[in-house]
Design a protein around this ligand. Structure first.
Ligand code: FAD
Ligand code: NAD
Length: 471
């Protein structure tokens, strides 16, 4: 008999959620993870809690408070003199937020009776897993089912190798101990924009170099254009179509060479963040060794229900590709856990929300106009600006808009795109509506409290039929 019904490898948002759900469903569950906090203790939560979603949002919030006090507080009649930043205190607060949440997962494991095994997991034949702990001790455990959730790590580019001092990845950029005077960022993905915003708000002169000609190529074009204008106003210097060819360090500065329409250009900065995507993490796991199929980009191949090429071995989260988002991995983990006990759970990939936590935020779910055009789908659009929303005026945050796209014939919601204050929260309504296969009219006939930002969603839904009230 195996030691466990399920062994989950990785305690990031995909793995820890799966482990808790497995245990809730009565399966004897263990979760293995190797992550150590800077003070040498096991730290659950993976990339997301330790060096991803959570610390980045903590710094985004702190830096936004500073930006608000500096640039906007006076419009509310609040004067502040002698404003200053204590980066060490800001970082200490961020670290405390991380510590509290990672400890919280340890508590949830205890409560749900998930056995945590500290160490690096290596897959062996016959659903055995060898675990090597930090102190070098080893044990082998077995399970009826194995769930791989080993996540991802930052991608590197040979032209700008990180040195963890002047050229850093997102983890390094979350830990700066002072505000760099001149900061370069490669990539206008979520990481480049979020971390570029943090340091820009705190006073860095930020230049972002992006190889693609389009700003946030995956977003709705009108939303992306509005966001780009706003980021420019905030002082982010964004160069599109800039292909970095080298980054060299000398005299405590980084010289970045790139090619754009005008030819070869140079940028000299004090720090450079390389934010060019993430790659699946299967190093040392031994997946290929037991016959698990891995694709040419390193992602573990899985079927619709996340089973790998080996029966009873599953994989979820960043390590299988698709949207590299915490909530996508968590829901996949839940689906696998529930299907293991015979439930018929499914995953709604069509309604995975995307959020970029700039200020204001960018959020969307479903298709963009561009995707629908390419697919030959006829659609109609309702658009409403936050400038016409009372609550946004009261906040003093009126940039952006909501755009709702519905099928021209059936009126069913095909996509909702938001650039504006609290977009990350507002998108939830759109996700629920799309999950329930609502029409734009359903949203338009739903009562929204006044005064709220959600009224912008309501008005955009009315706008699909051209019957907005406040525009
Ligand atoms: P991970 O979180 O990477 O966890 C994998 C775990 O597996 C790790 O704990 C690792 O230690 C462990 N592991 C790996 N190999 C082994 C092994 N052999 N043995 C034992 N343990 C092992 N996503 C969002 O949705 N929203 C955001 O706001 C957001 N912000 C982000 C900000 C930054 C700066 C970064 C870098 C990422 C951000 N992401 C965000 C992406 C998000 O962090 C990932 O999508 C998510 O963490 C993936 O979850 P996962 O469980 O698949 O993998
Ligand atoms: P990304 O793939 O989203 O963006 C990377 C960008 O770098 C792309 O626009 C790409 O064109 C550009 N790029 C690549 N090589 C380049 C080069 N040589 N020169 C110039 N530009 C180059 O990756 P990311 O921003 O690093 O984020 C990694 C993952 O983490 C993403 O999958 C993202 O979904 C996830 N993440 C999500 C959030 C969020 O949900 N808010 C936040 C941070 C990270």
């Amino acid at each position: 008999m195996a030691d466990y019904n399920v062994i989950v490898i990785g305690a990031g948002p995909a793995g820890y959620v799966a482990a808790i759900r497995c245990a809730q469903l009565g399966m004897k569950t263990a979760c293995i993870d190797k992550w150590m906090s800077p003070d040498g203790k096991p730290s659950l939560g993976g990339t997301c809690l330790n060096v991803g979603c959570i610390p980045s949002k903590a710094l985004l919030d702190s830096s936004h408070h500073y930006y608000f006090m500096q640039k906007q507080a006076s419009t509310h009649g609040i004067q502040c003199e002698g404003l200053s930043i204590d980066v060490a205190a800001m970082q200490a607060r961020k670290n405390e937020v991380v510590k509290t949440l990672t400890k919280g997962i340890a508590g949830l494991f205890k409560k749900n009776k998930v056995t945590f095994l500290e160490g690096t997991a290596h897959l062996a034949a016959n659903k055995q897993v060898e675990v090597t702990a930090h102190d070098g001790s080893q044990q082998t455990v077995s399970a009826d089912n194995i769930l791989i959730a080993t996540g991802s790590v930052s991608s590197q580019i040979p032209v700008a190798p990180t040195d963890d001092k002047l050229i850093v990845d997102s983890t390094g950029a979350l830990a700066f101990d002072s505000v760099p005077k001149r900061l370069g960022v490669i990539g206008t993905g979520a990481i480049g924009l979020e971390l570029g915003s943090v340091w820009n708000r705190l006073g860095s002169q930020v230049t972002i170099l992006e190889a693609l000609p389009d700003f946030i190529a995956t977003a709705d074009r009108k939303i992306a254009a509005a966001a780009q204008r706003e980021m420019k106003k905030q002082g982010l210097n964004i160069h599109l179509g800039a292909n970095v060819t080298s980054a060299t360090v000398s005299n405590d500065e980084v010289t970045v060479t790139y090619q754009d329409k005008k030819g070869e250009q140079q940028l000299v900065v004090d720090k450079l963040i390389v934010a060019v995507g993430r790659k699946p993490n299967t190093e040392g796991l031994g997946a290929a060794g037991i016959g698990i199929q891995i694709d040419e980009r390193g992602f573990i191949e899985v079927d619709k229900y996340r089973q790998t090429s080996i029966q009873d071995i599953y994989a979820v989260g960043d390590v299988i590709g698709g949207p590299m988002l915490a909530h996508k991995g968590s829901e996949e983990g839940v689906m696998v856990a529930e299907r293991l006990v015979g439930q018929k759970s499914e995953m709604s990939y069509e309604t995975v929300p995307w959020v970029i936590y700039t200020h204001p935020e960018i959020a969307w779910v479903g298709k963009t106009e561009e995707q629908l055009k390419a697919a030959g789908v006829e659609y109609k659009v309702g658009q409403f600006p936050f400038a016409a929303i009372g609550r946004a005026r009261a906040h003093g945050d009126i940039s952006g808009m909501v755009r709702i796209i519905a099928d021209a014939k059936t009126d069913s919601l095909l996509g909702v795109h938001i650039f504006g204050i609290s977009a990350s929260e507002l998108i939830a309504e759109a996700v629920v509506a799309m999950e329930f296969e609502s029409s734009a009219e359903d949203l338009a006939r739903t009562i929204h409290a006044h005064p709220t930002l959600a009224e912008a969603v309501h008005e955009a839904a009315l706008g699909v039929e051209g019957r907005m009230i406040h525009a």
